[in-house]
Design a protein around this ligand. Structure first.
Ligand code: GDP
Ligand code: GDP
Length: 457
């Protein structure tokens, strides 16, 4: 897993501008899903040969001046839960504020590696004297000793997101805290599962169900207003870690702000997960928010299981009720026809035990590797059965197909002219691959290359 760097800071300090500078290029996605803002707040980049992931925790906030502090607390909490390194961004123009101080304390208590950055240091040469004020946050005293892996200095890093000054120093400081590459790449046999869905769909109930008697709390993160907990399950179906996605529980009704944060929490949980369980409320059907949340999973290329919860609460069920409901769910989430749909009740426990096996199945598909030989014999059969298309007398010729990577399975097809490779023919080949290799429960990615294209994929 590539290290995750999170940018935290007050509104208007320049988080999104810095994010864009550090990412530089747009994230490549499996397929466009309308309405999903993932690529504005989450992306991947590389510095000094180290690939990393970057998230702007403020990227989906409404711009309001009130509640800045509670906003920042939630951002910081999300970052503490998920990030390997946190960039705490401040603004030399406004100087050090009380909320900066408060959030800095919270971040420091978490004992996560934190890099303090002072933005809007636009002029080169002698630094703006206001910069020195940021030493008052005390990072230079705490960071060198509190970090787990790193050896940072804790000095505030002067940057100008607008001009790009200092971003190299900033990334150097982040990379110093990254875990060793081997450590980061280590594959484990524990499946990471994120149960996601809108508030009140039944995530906590399902989590409690699957944990049952085996509840083991693995991580308590200090310094947060609510402890975030990932939970381990070890049973006949395998070993699983369920990533906490419930977030802060407010007594009042869920407001818009919380909803945005629940998308952020979902996003980061999805990124960490091997398999995502997307929960839909049977009594409501697929809502717009469900479509967005499921879109995050699809765009991330993760294996997915759709769970229709509260099946017990659906009245007057008849023979076709389940089938009709499945059809509606599929229409609502039409971009992920590959995901199995499971009807259950977290409340009564009905069919919950089947979930583990389905999770294992979709994970196996998401990580499967198919030999080049097998792929090319399927390709030969498929092109013999349905001839590749022609355009103005020129016929598409497909030379070769190979699998480039997994999670999700990514296939590269080499041909004479990519323009002749119509979407419908690509769909046809995709369906052939899915059918022959049993890849029915995972997104797959296909890249078309033509003669003369660069080799790298
Ligand atoms: P966010 O709310 O933290 O994401 O902040 P934005 O990235 O939206 O930036 C807020 C404002 O600060 C915008 O008007 C930016 O143009 C400005 N800004 C961001 N970075 C810099 C910088 O390095 N120098 C200056 N002078 N302005 C900046
Ligand atoms: P979360 O916000 O997604 O974590 O949802 P909760 O697990 O807190 O559940 C929200 C409400 O839905 C609670 O009142 C639950 O008792 C109820 N609930 C959860 N699962 C089911 C279910 O399968 N059937 C019924 N009838 N109610 C459920």
């Amino acid at each position: 897993m590539k290290p995750l760097v999170a940018i935290v800071g007050r509104p208007n300090v320049g988080k999104s501008m810095l994010f864009n500078k550090l990412i530089g290029q747009r994230l490549s996605i499996v397929e466009d899903t309308p309405g999903v803002t993932r690529d504005r707040i989450y992306g991947e980049s590389e510095w000094c040969g180290r690939k990393f992931r970057l998230v702007d925790t403020g990227g989906i906030e409404p711009r309001t001046d009130d509640q800045i502090l509670s906003f920042m607390r939630e951002q910081a909490e999300i970052a503490i839960q998920h990030a390997d390194v946190i960039i705490f961004l401040t603004d030399v123009k406004t100087g050090l504020t009380a909320s900066d101080q408060e959030v800095a304390n919270m971040l420091l208590r978490s004992r996560k590696p934190i890099v303090l950055a002072v933005n809007k240091m636009d002029s080169v040469g002698a630094p703006n004297p206001d910069y020195y004020e940021f030493y008052n946050l005390g990072f230079d005293e705490v960071m060198p000793i509190s970090s787990v892996h790193g050896h940072g200095t804790g000095d505030p890093v002067a940057v100008s997101a607008v001009h790009g000054h200092g971003t190299g120093d900033l990334l150097d400081a982040c990379v110093a805290y990254f875990p060793d590459e081997e450590e980061a790449e280590e594959e484990s046999d524990v499946l990471k599962v994120a149960i996601i869905g809108k508030p009140n769909v039944g995530k906590s109930s399902l989590l409690n169900r699957v944990l049952g008697e085996e509840r083991v709390i693995v991580s308590n993160i200090a310094g947060t207003t609510r402890d975030s907990v990932d939970a381990d399950v070890d049973n006949a179906h395998g070993k699983f870690t369920f990533i906490d996605t419930a977030g802060i529980r407010k007594k009042s009704k869920v407001d818009e702000k919380i909803e945005k944060f629940s998308v952020m929490r979902s996003l980061l949980a999805v990124e960490r997960a091997d398999v995502c369980v997307i929960m839909i409320d049977a009594t409501e059907g697929v809502t717009e928010q469900d479509t967005k949340i499921a879109g995050l999973v699809h765009e991330a290329g993760k294996a997915a299981v759709i769970v229709v919860n509260k099946w017990d609460a659906v009245e007057n069920k008849e023979t076709n009720t389940m089938r009709d409901m499945e059809t509606k769910v599929r229409q609502g989430l039409s971009y992920m026809l590959y995901a199995p749909v499971l009807f259950l009740s977290a409340l009564t426990g009905q069919r919950v035990d089947r979930l583990f096996q389905v999770i294992q199945d979709v994970h196996a598909q998401n990580t499967s590797r198919i030999t080049t030989g097998a792929l090319n014999s399927v390709l030969a059969d498929a092109t013999a059965r349905v001839q590749p298309p022609t355009d103005k007398g020129r016929r598409l010729k497909i030379f070769y197909m190979t699998q480039a990577s997994t999670k999700p399975p990514h296939f590269v097809i080499f041909c004479n002219d990519a323009r002749l490779f119509h979407f419908s023919y690509q769909r046809y080949l995709e369906n052939q691959i899915r059918a022959v290799f049993g890849l029915t429960g995972t997104p797959i990615k296909i890249t078309i290359r033509q003669k003369g294209d660069k080799e790298d994929v």
